[in-house]
Design a protein around this ligand. Sequence first.
Ligand SMILES: Cc1cc2nc3c(=O)[nH]c(=O)nc-3n(C[C@H](O)[C@H](O)[C@H](O)COP(=O)(O)OP(=O)(O)OC[C@H]3O[C@@H](n4cnc5c(N)ncnc54)[C@H](O)[C@@H]3O)c2cc1C
Length: 362
Amino acid sequence: MTGQHRIVVLGAGYAGLVAAGRLASKARGAEITVVDARAHFVERVRLHQQAAGQRISAWDLRELLEKKKIQFVRARATDIDTEGKRVLLDTATALDYDTLVYVLGSIGDANGVPGVAEHAYSVSTPEDTDRFEAPRGTVVVVGAGSTGIELAAELAESQSDSRVLLLSPDEPGAWLSTRAQAHIRRVLERLGVEIRSDAKVVEVTEDGVRLADGTLIESAATVWTAGFAVPDLAVRAGLSVDGTGRVRTDDSLRSVSHPDIYAAGDSAVVVGPDGRELRMACATAQPTGKYAADAVAARLRGAEPGQLRFRYLLQCLSLGRRDGLIQFLHADDSPGRIVLTGRTAAWVKELIVRGAGWTARP
Ligand SMILES: Cc1cc2nc3c(=O)[nH]c(=O)nc-3n(C[C@H](O)[C@H](O)[C@H](O)COP(=O)(O)OP(=O)(O)OC[C@H]3O[C@@H](n4cnc5c(N)ncnc54)[C@H](O)[C@@H]3O)c2cc1C
């Protein structure tokens, strides 16, 4: 090959920014370009706070990246021509690559249940959150995973005109330890959240939601937090993907079908050291973005990448601004017995979120 090796990082979220920063220091001599549809990096892990009316920080991507001699192209990628090794952009231009790092993240899943796309809000992306303003009256939050719990708590704490109803077929935080679940329930109830953990929503309408048992619940606004989906670019480009459209990777995070493409973060299937798939999380996106960059840099030097070392240590949830939950985890990601709660947990969570923001900045 002649000339500089061109690396295009597609997506400037948690995985993409860490990958770009790492490439800038490790893949010396390569030309690195980051593409993102947004002008700013927005702390996605704080979007439930923004939905509750708080201001969250955003960093200018061009400024952030150009300081490190990384080029930034603000555009939406519309397709990948894997034969010609080009990313097609909505600006009617294209970017050539020698290596592509595919880190397009995830979005809210609006397709599983009728009416979600038309009538429900989401807090999955900054654009979703911009559209949402908590109304007077009942806000129904569907889904009691981390996002639903954090959103319900935040809304109940700061929106005195709203009645917050959290609906799910399981106990909030059902995947956590019983101590953790009890704490989540206690705090949510103290904040005034009404919890229904026997409620499977089968339809969202203009006026509310319909449950599997036929009950209709009226709402002034419904927020859907039950599930994430990934952009369909990889499928359309013919990459090997799983049933949800995430890029299948080998143990160096290289696409199993296209060796010049690497993937990390929410839009990749990453199998951890113990053979389990890693879950979608910022806690996964940053280390896998870093590892993918290291793997690319190693191969550019003619070396084989080292092994991905990874384990989750804890999972943390905010429960409003004054309480939280830190669940310590076993190596296999199952919950251990130790949990931190209260203000201490709220602080630990805040420090982790700030740390993730700092780590993301190249
Ligand atoms: C409310 C909320 C709270 C959360 N809290 C936590 C938490 O406490 N802990 C935790 O570990 N995880 C949390 N998460 C999950 C976490 O935010 C994601 O797992 C993480 O952002 C994934 O990082 P990523 O880099 O893979 O994707 P993203 O951060 O989503 O970045 C993807 C980037 O790709 C860009 N992009 C997408 N499509 C295109 C395109 N076609 N062209 C150009 N650019 C494109 C987007 O603009 C975006 O900048 C939370 C998520 C939400 C919504």
